[in-house]
Design a protein around this ligand. Sequence first.
Ligand code: FES
Length: 212
Amino acid sequence: MSQDSIQHDNEGPASPAVLPPDPSRRFWLGTACAVGGVAGVATAVPFVASMSPSDRAKAAGAPVEVNLSSIAPGTMLTVEWQGKPVWILRRTQAMIDGLAGQNDHLADPNSDRPGFTPEFAKSTERSRKPEWLVCVGICTHLGCSPSPRFAVGGIEGMASDWEGGFLCPCHGSIFDLAGRVFKNQPAPDNLEVPPYYFIDDNNIMVGLESAA
Ligand code: FES
């Protein structure tokens, strides 16, 4: 299994202060996730170097199998797929319940806009199973990686019925726990849901919609 990952704990609310663009934040591999990738790079280089250019291209786009058993309810794991961070959040029942009341605050609550949500994820939870959110952790504004803000409660400038979500550090876009962007944010669209499927109850394959 290829799984360079970072586990995130629950974080408290923070102000969505509008920060100046910071190019160093735009590429997740250049910041925090680079730490988690060190071991993988060290062992992968000889193997990758031995590949032909076409094989390397295939590996870069290869699906990634992820074991879910270490992800506690209310926390998430970040893995790399096609050079992008993919979040895997194990939602609690309270997190799932909180999604239903967000619609009035959201720009595209039903994920009708094309290009970011596959058919299987066109639901309130935007996932194959309500407990699991799988989405690309790259802001649809200018490509920063949002941070988890899972604690329930008011965030400055947002509704007091905040049910947890994600905050982009670059220009303050806010997303709910299904990756749906709130209204009047710099980000124009919901976070991307990648193709994936459940191999079994404890394992998913990111990068393919089915085994066949
Ligand atoms: S990159 Fe601008 S709000 Fe996220």
